[in-house]
Ligand binder design. Sequence first.
Ligand code: NAD
Ligand code: IPM
Ligand code: MN
Length: 356
Amino acid sequence: MNKQIALIRGDGIGPEIVAEAVKVLDRVAERFGHTFSYTEVLAGGCAIDATGHPLPQDSIEKCKMSDSVLLGAVGGPKWDQLDGSLRPEKALLGIRSALGLFSNIRPARLFAPLAHACPLRPDIVAGGLDLVIVRELIGGVYFGERDTVLKNGEKYAYDTMGYAEHEIERIGRVAFEMARKRRKKVTSVDKANVLDSSRLWREVMHRLREEYPDVEYSDMLVDNTAMQLVRNPGQFDVIVTENMFGDILSDEASMITGSIGMIPSSSLGEGTRGMYEPIHGSAPDIVGKDIANPVATILSAAMMLRYSFNLPEESDAVESAVSQVLEEGYRTADIMSEGCTLLSCSEMGERIAALV
Ligand code: NAD
Ligand code: IPM
Ligand code: MN
């Protein structure tokens, strides 16, 4: 199989972790007889430095011409003072929106050998942890009307959260279909006790659940969900929620798996072209030290193989290689515990690639 992959290495640790995922993809290509070719795409802070804009038009075109996009991370302190519309993060939002990637899947799974890295009491995660957050990605407050104006002699800034029925329905469907392939349980998370947009969210979800009588459905308020995630994370199978709630809850869920460096993501629209990225950011505090955990990016590449290229065997091979490395006691600094062997970012990537 021949596939063209757009590589957005980005900023901070982005280039370090993407390099490791490429090693793994190259190994997959070699072992299974595929050809993956890469197009370098500029986006984020590095694009601002090179072109003055976080997402040049040419970068969007390159993503659209590729079979899929693999992204490291964008942003960093160097660009924090820029106007909102010119920040590196705008590139990420721009690609998600330009490609219509409304469905962001963030699986949080506690690998058994990492039980020690989980900050929760052992009895809380005794039954393991395997949940998926289905996050709506191109609507809500991230994309609503916003401005900063002068009001009563001072600055006043606002961002608005809104959802159309069809936007809620299509992400709801993704969650129900996913639950059918898993433990058949959907928790829809909202703030329907306060927000109109959440009340519409709940109304549409309730309509949809009639079509999926085989799936157990419940509503949960987002504040309670934040608490339940650390009280009893095993109760969740598929969580479906709007853009910003999903952003926040997925960072929280990631920590239960030991580190934010462990959680991959896929972002898809109607077709098979997707963007794949770790859920974490550019980690400016550890950049250039070769100590970042590349596993989230490598697992994102595995999701790309499965969802965009329909290569389940290849995807399984990558995920098994990650499990095996962890079972053998190899760790990056963020998940290190006593008796384990500490690896750098590049050593971790090489070891995983060698096991594919
Ligand atoms: P962050 O996720 O970059 O870092 C939070 C903490 O987690 C830091 O201590 C960092 O060292 C650690 N961490 C993150 N990834 C790690 C990894 N792979 N291995 C080991 N440790 C890891 O979040 P932040 O500090 O709030 O944001 C930094 C910048 O990244 C900001 O500019 C933000 O906007 C941007 N950001 C980008 C993305 C993205 O590109 N998808 C996502 C989140 C944040
Ligand atoms: C993420 C990030 C992004 C988001 C930012 C950098 C725009 O936090 O992918 O989780 O909020 O979606
Ligand atoms: Mn985030």
